[in-house]
Design a protein around this ligand. Structure first.
Ligand code: KG4
Ligand code: ZN
Length: 341
């Protein structure tokens, strides 16, 4: 079964074809980073318009790469939420219309389910059950995963998502967008002993997190500083350490509570090298296994949507006559009637 995946929830147009026998056949991605950079963040209307321009050439490109004709495609999966409404509608409208034309089923996929299953695109894949740490620009979730579609959220950020905290910190320091890769690069030259930022909520029981206080800490430290380039790097280092430490403490606690033997880390922030090495260390100490997507599949991409869509389509799910898009869609509501179709 070959599924064409379409991801347009934010600022990346991602297209891919995944085959249940041969794996990933082709993929293409257009990132709008340059388009939004001068505004310091994603401008929703510009994002939608750009998806409109990119989506068809990218689909053509992927079909050629995979040597596929329309009749070779058995299903089409597109991100139906959560995300920017206009951007989602571009992918959903194109996906649903192509499915009509190519006479195959289509399915709307939850963006975070795509991220959660992205490690399945690798050679060494995690078996169920596992604990998933999902860290992106909009979400910070600890999920107890017992199978496809069986997701129980056991911890989450009560305010800013981790990726959002990286982006806001970068903005405060006058760095570019998106903040995550810039902060992590800068942190490499930061002094390790200059600042120590708080690890929010680690002394309270439970698995919830909070990152907005850290932002205030960054702001205060920055405004009282000499504002030098070295200070930027030192703050970047202290900020990243505080985030990584907090996530590691919560993961350790969640692994203990669930008794899961495997930890999966996915979403844009899972590209962070410091986070990856810290969690690899943690799982090694606990004699557990850890799984990540490769760097290019940590951030938004079409392959994860094609994969998640294939799972749903082969379980017999598919769209009705129309399509469904939603800017907000809690992962815990994935299987509620009326929301999954
Ligand atoms: O998953 P993603 O591409 O989009 C969403 O679903 O939100 O995640 C984007 C987020 C951004 O906040 C970005 O700053 C962050 O992931 N990110 C990183 C790194 N690469 C991307 N954060 C920390 N370190 C990185 N290397
Ligand atoms: Zn994402």
């Amino acid at each position: 079964m070959k599924v064409l995946g379409i991801e347009t929830s934010c600022d990346e147009t991602g297209i891919a074809i995944y085959d249940d026998q041969q794996g990933l056949l082709a993929e293409a991605l257009y990132s709008q980073i340059a388009l939004h950079a001068e505004y310091g963040g994603v401008v929703p209307e510009l994002a939608s318009r750009d998806h409109v321009q990119r989506i068809i050439p990218l689909i053509d490109d992927v079909m050629k790469q995979a040597n596929c004709q329309p009749e070779d495609i058995d299903g089409i999966a597109y991100t139906s939420g959560p995300g920017l409404m206009g951007a989602l509608m571009v992918g959903a409208a194109v996906g649903r219309s192509l499915a009509w034309t190519w006479k195959c089923p289509s399915i709307g996929v939850h963006h975070m389910e795509g991220h959660l299953l992205a490690p399945m695109l690798e050679e060494n894949t995690p078996e169920f059950p596992f604990l998933a740490l999902l860290v992106s620009g909009g979400h910070t979730l600890l999920v107890d995963v017992t199978g496809i579609g069986q997701y129980t959220i056991i911890g989450e950020s009560l305010d800013d998502a981790v990726g959002e905290a990286f982006d806001k910190t970068a903005k405060m320091l006058g760095l570019g967008y998106p903040g995550g890769p810039i902060i992590s690069e800068l942190a490499l030259t930061g002094k390790t002993d200059r600042y120590k930022f708080p690890r929010p909520m680690v002394n309270r029981p439970g698995l919830d997190m909070s990152f907005s206080g850290l932002k205030t800490f960054v702001l205060n430290t920055w405004s009282e500083s000499d504002k030098s380039e070295q200070t930027k790097a030192d703050i970047a280092y202290a900020f990243q350490e505080a985030v990584v430490d907090t996530l590691a403490i919560k993961c350790k606690r969640a692994l203990k509570e669930t008794s899961h033997q495997r930890l999966v880390i996915a979403g844009g922030v899972s590209a962070n090298k410091r986070l990856r090495s810290r969690l690899t260390e943690l799982t090694k100490t606990l004699s557990l296994e850890v799984f990540y997507p490769k760097q290019q599949f940590c951030t938004d991409n079409g392959a994860m949507i094609a994969y998640a869509g294939l799972q749903r389509l082969s379980a017999g799910e598919q769209d009705g006559d129309g399509f469904f898009t939603t800017p907000r869609w809690p992962l815990g509501d994935l299987n509620k009637p009326g929301l999954s179709k």
